[in-house]
Design a protein around this ligand. Sequence first.
Ligand SMILES: *Cc1c(COP(=O)(O)O)cnc(C)c1O
Length: 471
Amino acid sequence: MKYISTRGQAPALPFDEVLLAGLARDGGLYVPDAWPALGPDALRALRGRPYDEVAAAVMLPFLGGRIAEADFRRLLADTYGPSVFAHRAVTPLVQLDQRTWLMELFHGPTLAFKDVALQLLGRLFDHVLAVRGERMTVVGATSGDTGSAAIEACRDRERVDIVILHPHGRTSAVQRRQMTTVLSPNVHNVALQGTFDDCQDAVKAMFNDAAFRDGLHLSAVNSINWARIMAQIVYYVAAAVALGAPDRPVAFAVPTGNFGNVYAAYAARAMGVPVAKLIVGSNANDILARFFASGRMETRAVVPTISPSMDIQISSNFERLLFDLMDRDGAAVATSMAEFRRSGRFAVSQGQLARALELFEGHRCGEEATLETMARVHRDSGLLIDPHTAVGVAAAQAADLDPSVPVVSLACAHPAKFPDAVEKATGVRPGLPRHLADLFEREERVTVLPNDLGTLQDFVRARSRVTAGAA
Ligand SMILES: *Cc1c(COP(=O)(O)O)cnc(C)c1O
């Protein structure tokens, strides 16, 4: 198993190299050179198996022997065990109505679906770095929403130090505390005196400083890393098997931002899971819904919504689907992406769009409809859902589907992560789950720093255990 770049110029790499590289050197994203098969017998054999066993069956072929099977199974047992995920099924299904299920992806440490992949990613980094005798320094910026998942993934890792910048005084108390109450010695929170954009600019500047980047072996844990996609394939397989695969097809409705999560569903189908439809839910930032309606990808200004993790104008993982729509022609993808960067738009042919629409459909759900969906689900089933989840549920409702096909709608965050929106829609303020109930009593550790690159670089250098030049 080798990985090739969607832009066709970077060398093919094995799994461990792709894990550490993230982005390909030609600016492309890595995808497997061929999809391993998960045939009908293999799917049947997964019925009733624990999550970590399903995970091993799905992911082992992607490793290409670069991590010993026994080591990988140990990592999986640890990752998907009871000390990390608060539910035995890890990603349990809950029935909403006669044909709709919610898949709860929020039982991890930070209450959002990103934990499912990032908890494995942190352990994979540690393992691979230990084998190679290396260390790395993870640096990232957060508006409050995604920083905690990266921190929880990297905390207490032997080979990894993590520095996360958030804008001082501009994150919610829950979001800040989910980061700053992690007191592990390798976790460093910086409250930057500036905006989220200042945080992002500072991180970009650190990565653009080649001596700094290479000297500290800087890395990001961003959503284009292949290993994150790979880990997300598992819950699609688990859900499909639970609902009758390979003998019964299933559809998935996915609240979508960077297109990482729904691309993992595409990958599950490519491996052999009978997926009837992939329903892409967008909030008011509806670039993907407009793409599926027209074949044209066209950026607009981002508008802030109550589902902030989907407030994006470029879905970076879409490039992986585009690569297949263009018959894996890396040069053609590179041309489209260059055009997109230059003009903010590109288009696919009518034939390519038609192929995409055989599997995908896109739906936009605005702010009012999001609140209405949260209220309706609460009325009909007593369940509280978060605004991101509601966008997916609304898309599932709007989809054009054979009524005999079950739809699994992805619950991407716990309602307590977005209590204001949930309360506004339902009148009920969701409480934090047990493992976070004492969040407001916990001790915090954070360093407030001015928006000055030199000061920030000194801070990172002083805390990283990577010695200059040894990376
Ligand atoms: C990240 C995130 C999304 C978007 O997922 P993508 O993989 O970027 O499409 C949706 N909902 C929540 C709660 C998220 O954290």
